[in-house]
Ligand binder design. Structure first.
Ligand SMILES: Nc1ncnc2c1ncn2[C@@H]1O[C@H](COP(=O)(O)OP(=O)(O)OP(=O)(O)O)[C@@H](O)[C@H]1O
Length: 295
């Protein structure tokens, strides 16, 4: 455990002049050392190598000098209080922040030794390699088939209709949706349940053969049964893909991830094996969060 104290003691003068110790919470900012993440933030031969990353919205610095590796085929969970920068950092990994005018990203961000922010980089190709599943299922107002076929069509991944059929079937199978969808491929996707729509969005991401799948609170709009299905899927998918998941649910992070990264006020405070984060956190802020003292 980090040995720094969370409290300071100060003497307060009582009317009878007897000094009485007063306990005061030390503000979180005073116990964070910028850029000094505790635990195991680095990996050998990483999929993503991210160094000294800073993200600004206008003048506001939302991500403060974060360095992290994401290993191949690992599931890493980003946790932390609301507004700590989890989604902002996640969106750097496939340049989703590019669409926000006031957003500026600094630092070195590499995917397989290629600079993600190289001005010459094809962002469409990057997002095919690094797919994304959002908080709210967002199928296109098209048929189930066309939702999954959309990416392969625009990326020219199938020459014949039968090839496209195979991609659609395989993607729906991998997303655990084939049995439910095979007899209604022409039905509109928006007529599916929320959980089915989210698995369809996962199938849509899988259809372009990504290497990485980013998930931004993928279960927050789902009921417990649909959530359990998506979590099962994450476990299966981790054999083929690198997965980065932002979640508000510590139980979910504990169930699905190999490593967990704890964010606080734009800092990356701790990264460790998930089991360690939840049973023996090294930093006192991580401990405060997982024991429910704030967040
Ligand atoms: N488009 C934006 N414009 C300006 N500021 C933003 C924008 N998006 C996020 N921020 C700010 O950046 C900081 C980090 O936000 P972010 O959404 O990344 O946090 P988060 O940890 O994902 O939060 P939550 O758990 O609530 O989704 C917050 O202070 C937020 O207000």
């Amino acid at each position: 455990m980090n040995t720094m104290n969370t409290t300071v003691t100060k003497e307060a003068a009582m009317p009878d002049e007897t000094p009485v110790p007063v306990q005061e919470e030390r503000p979180a900012e005073t116990i964070i050392q910028e850029g000094a993440t505790v635990g195991t933030p680095f990996a050998d031969d990483p999929k993503f190598k991210l160094r000294n990353v800073e993200v600004f919205y206008g003048q506001d610095r939302a991500i403060k000098n974060i360095s992290l590796d994401i290993a191949r085929n690992e599931v890493i969970a980003f946790i932390g209080p609301s507004g700590c920068g989890k989604s902002t950092f996640l969106r750097c990994l496939n340049r989703m922040n590019d669409s926000i005018d006031i957003c500026r990203v600094k630092g070195d961000l590499h995917l397989d030794d290629e600079n993600i922010y190289d001005p010459k980089r094809d962002v469409v190709e990057l997002r095919a390699r690094v797919g994304m599943v959002f908080q709210k299922p967002n199928p296109f107002p098209k048929s189930i088939y066309d939702n999954v076929a959309y990416g392969p069509r625009i990326h020219g991944l199938a020459n014949r209709k039968s090839d496209l059929d195979d991609i659609v079937e395989n993607s729906l199978r991998k997303a655990g949706l084939w049995e439910e969808a095979k007899d209604r491929l022409d039905a509109t996707a928006t007529g599916m349940s929320g959980g089915q729509q989210q698995r369809l969005c996962i199938a849509r991401a899988i259809a372009v053969s990504p290497e990485v799948i980013l998930m931004d609170e993928p279960c927050s709009a789902l009921d417990p049964i649909a959530t359990a299905k998506v979590e099962e899927l994450i476990a299966e998918m981790s054999e083929s893909y690198t997965i980065v998941i932002v979640t508000h649910s510590m139980q979910q992070a504990a169930r699905v991830s190999h490593r967990t990264a704890y964010f606080h006020l734009g800092h990356l405070v701790e990264v460790n094996e998930t089991n360690k984060v939840f049973t023996a956190p090294e930093h006192e802020l991580t401990e405060s969060y997982i024991t429910g003292r704030f967040g």
